[in-house]
Design a protein around this ligand. Structure first.
Ligand SMILES: [Zn+2]
Length: 231
């Protein structure tokens, strides 16, 4: 079972459960690029992504985008991310749009998928992705609407679901999972420290889609392998 988004380099995040066979570890900015690279170097089942998270853009300058480009070229991450737009936590919309735009351009240039953080910004995220016809990737911890999911799905993007889905009252999210084909779904635990959460999310997807948890895990693993080009 592959965890498509886990910040294993964070102190609070514990090791994944024994049933986790692979992980994708996104970075948040230049401060932890080395950490995620080192963290994944000793294990073939750990894969890192390099990017600048919108929460940390104030710690970055335009020059850092050039460093990111160099690191991507040298280190061969499985994705660019996490990057994106967060209109709740980050006030400066222009700066985050600039950094996101540049990272989508980088991903397109290196033919890599994107790991996207989008909070109250799905419309702008979608508009930006539309302007890059070759962009692809996952909207992690998806929190947009069903209508927005439909548009992103048609653009070929995948959707990551985490602990929010386990809430029995998260009706909106459950409807989105019901609507999406299983081929568009990834499971993840993000920055949570409960290693058993991944299986709980897979179980919730299975219950919503009225299929077995084995089917969910098998297909979500295939989706992750295909998107991130994992062996
Ligand atoms: Zn994250």
């Amino acid at each position: 079972m592959i965890n498509s988004h886990i910040h294993l380099d964070f102190d609070l995040v514990k090791s994944p459960s024994k049933t986790t066979t692979g992980v994708v570890v996104p970075s948040t900015g230049k401060e932890n690029w080395d950490n995620v690279i080192n963290f994944c170097s000793s294990d073939n089942n750990r894969h890192f992504a390099l990017g600048i998270h919108p929460w940390f853009i104030d710690d970055h300058q335009m020059l850092d985008l050039h460093s990111l480009e160099v690191r991507i070229e040298d280190e061969k991450p499985v994705a660019v991310g996490e990057c994106g737009l967060d209109y709740i936590k980050v006030k400066d919309r222009n700066k985050q749009r600039y950094f996101f735009d540049e990272q989508v351009a980088l991903a397109t240039r290196f033919d890599l998928p994107l790991i996207i953080h989008s909070v109250q910004a799905t419309e702008d995220v979608t508009d930006l992705l539309k302007s890059y016809s070759k962009s692809r990737g996952v909207i992690h911890a998806y929190s947009g609407s069903l209508q927005e999911a439909e548009i992103l799905m048609k653009l070929g993007f995948l959707f990551g679901f985490s602990h929010n889905l386990s809430n029995p009252h998260a009706y909106k999210l459950h409807d989105i999972v019901k609507f999406l084909p299983l081929e568009s779904i990834l499971i993840e635990t993000d920055d949570h420290n409960n290693p058993d959460e991944l299986i709980q999310i897979a179980e919730r997807v299975a219950r919503i889609k009225k299929i077995t948890v084995e089917q969910v895990i098998k297909q979500c693993d295939q989706n992750a392998c295909k998107l991130f080009n994992l062996d």
